[in-house]
Design a protein around this ligand. Sequence first.
Ligand code: ADP
Ligand code: ASP
Ligand code: MG
Length: 419
Amino acid sequence: MGIVVQKFGGTSVADSDKIKNVADAVIREKLNGNKVIVVVSAMGHTTDNLIKLSKEITATPPEREMDMLLSTGEQVSMALLAMAINQKGHKAVSLNAMQVGIMTEANHTRARIINIKHNRVNSHLNKDEIVIIAGFQGITEDGEITTLGRGGSDTSAVALAAAFKADRCDIYSDVEGVYTTDPRVVPTAQKLDVISYEEMLELARVGANVLHPRSVETAKLCDVPMRVRSSFKLDDLGTLIIGVDKMELHKPVTGLACDSSQVRIVICDVPDKPGNAGRLFSLLANKGLSVDMIIQSYARSSNNTNDIAFTIDKTDLPKFNEVVGELKNELNPSNFHIDEDIAKVSIVGAGMIDRPGIAAKMFETLAQLEINIKMISTSEIKISCLVEKAHAKEAVAALCSVFELDGAAVADVKGDLPV
Ligand code: ADP
Ligand code: ASP
Ligand code: MG
């Protein structure tokens, strides 16, 4: 008898009817002869609403208390789902992270899972019970509740699948799988039957929020077979995520994502001497700020200074503001700017390795639309361009067409074929 982990996102458990629908999907998996571990997110927009509530009290809530607050969301849905399954005549028990022993680092609001205890879950599975576990939350050695970062229930599910050596980890969502780009933004985006861990990881990192990046990282590391599929079309197999070496690569670009959740900060005229970049980024790191894109300008001989630009999450701006004083003291810049009017458009594809001209094609496409590129960053399988937010939609549409990521481009190609 194999173990299957199923994860249901917020939209899938948004109301009582949807929870009953999820109960059917879980029972179906159990009747297929599997032991079933289920991970649930908070219902609908619960987490957003709890964050909004905290902001009505204070702009800078203590992170420990945020975790106490946000972890309540998943506990509501896990209990309701267990009730729905019991009501349908099957045995189910709900457990929170403390009861399971999902041990994390003591890093509130973005903790990483260190270890998952087996005893409690195994004892229920051995009694033939379905185990429903609250996603997104963990517990420290000192008994403090933590959360894993927004969208973290995906990571809870994959970590549980790895810990219990599950046959599969199925992530059920409100989309039918992973698409070439967000199908809510580009309705002609194409569903992918398969994508590599590497590409999915890059896509998730650059803003395709269909999966939490760390869930893909964990799946890759622990070789967990993972699928993204729809809660509402249970027979659809969705998208399988597998190792790149098992795939044939036809197109240079597999997917595209657009992220407008970051801000660009430019620190002007930082003296060009060894150690200054180190000091700047240590200050940010000590505040727990993650930096994404970084550019340092070429030192101008006239005043021997550099401009250093970088991007951070918009939600981290209050923390950045807390280090501004120290930053001015340490680096003595002439000024700094915060630019919120930006979006990062990224193309991802393992097929771009050893295929020259992909970056040029991306930049030329933007140039033809007279879209200015403010920053560029690349990895082996990704190119990101920072553009003005107002141009993001246009950029996405043009790049989808140029790299054949939308239905329209496919139709064009088909139209050229002899009939
Ligand atoms: P859940 O609540 O199930 O975790 P999320 O809202 O976190 O769901 O993720 C699903 C959403 O991800 C979809 O509704 C879709 O708008 C968005 N999305 C962004 N990029 C993609 C993509 N490449 N493929 C599929 N969905 C995507
Ligand atoms: N409820 C959490 C969030 O909205 C975790 C998740 O849904 O994965 O971020
Ligand atoms: Mg999600």
